[in-house]
Design a binder for this molecule. Sequence first.
Ligand code: GLU
Length: 480
Amino acid sequence: MTETPIRTRFAPSPTGMFHVGGARSALFNWALARQRPDGRFVLRVEDTDAARNKPEWTEGIISALAWLGIHEEDPHFEGPYFQSAYADKHREAAEALFKEGRAYYCDCTREQVQERRGNPHLGYDGFCRDRGLEAGPGRALRFRVPDGGPTVVDDRIRGRVEFEHASIEDFVIARADGSPLFVLANVVDDVEMEITHVVRGEEHLSNTPKQQLLWQALGRTPPVWAHLPVIVNEKRQKLSKRRDKVALESYQEEGYLPEAMVNYLMLLGWSPGGDREIMPWSEMEPLFAVSDVNSSSAFFDEQKLRAFNGEYIRALNADEFVERCRPWLAPERVPWPEENFDEDVFAAIAPLAQSRVAVLSEIVPNVDFLFLDEPVEDEKSWSKAMKPGAGREMLAAALERFADPALPWEAGTLKGALEEIGASLGLKLGKAQAPVRVAVTGRTVGLPLFESLELLGRERVRERLRAALAKLERDASASA
Ligand code: GLU
């Protein structure tokens, strides 16, 4: 038996940042195309809305897809095609539909239709159906929805969805200036590109009966339809670019790993089965089936995505982790002077950070104390840890103890030393180390303290303890 070839497509309109929902659609289509040796994923940029398109959005889409692993060089990738290049095909199709009587010209204004129907919510009344108008100024082309019906959309995810023809108006397919509407251009391109599977967001389900009628009127068998569930936030509201963080680029910028992002996006409405959720693309790709996608809305849980990312980060080997951090350590992105950065010191601290960061951008506040001339000033941390009495005494005692050259400058002994000083002041280790941590790193939370002290070195640690003591004196005299 020969299998019909699979040709999926992703057809974004370049009118804004690349949305995580678009990324999910693209990945599902990519998986379907790659499951067959001759499967194709067609990228078609629907750029006909000249007023809202910008070339940078198109570039953003292409680079975001590449970041997700959907590469132009892959043999399954076809395109990008640009819808604007197919204007002639759209016109030809419109003309053919008119010639065959499947479409007619109409010069009714919106006001006239409303006046006749007496209700602004009712659609077009078919007034021009049999007037035999030719093309001309002010005349739009409407599709003649067949009497009778319904149109049944057999959706792989939602099942059979029936649309009564009585509730589908004779819809416009080309404006008076001849330009096609979305419903037509989208179908003509899908027909021309021999698309077999249309897998897209649920917001297009209402266009589908019209598009299916157009496929049939153009003499073609409609594709397999699959409408993906909406993605919602924690309040069960549909993700919106005004309210929610939806741009893939912002996740990229924050330091999400593409493999974690891909893994998480694939689970928005689909599951590989069993209770395994962390699964690399290479294993998910062959398992994906559009008929297994759930029709109920999918919750975009940023906390869960963060947890996934943390897992993927921890699974990197040490060198890979250092490599992945590099973009976040670029001079224009860090608060320290470029010349202070030391590769070896970073490589030494990196394993400690690797187990603690959830996104790569968090690397910077974790290691900045090593490369800044002075630690950051974090007022909250300072007032929490630097209690005048015990805090001051801890710092003074540590400063003195650390001066002793007989004390090996090594994490284990430094810990012992602070423990002893703390005990002599009646403080447990946690309380005892807090002022030292703030003096040296600027913050109450951070990487393991004793390894941090070791890496920073005796001189710089003592210098920071001295500076913190001086600041405590200044604060005390200012409030006296
Ligand atoms: N350009 C349409 C959109 O971005 C695509 C619709 C489709 O996938 O058919 O919403």
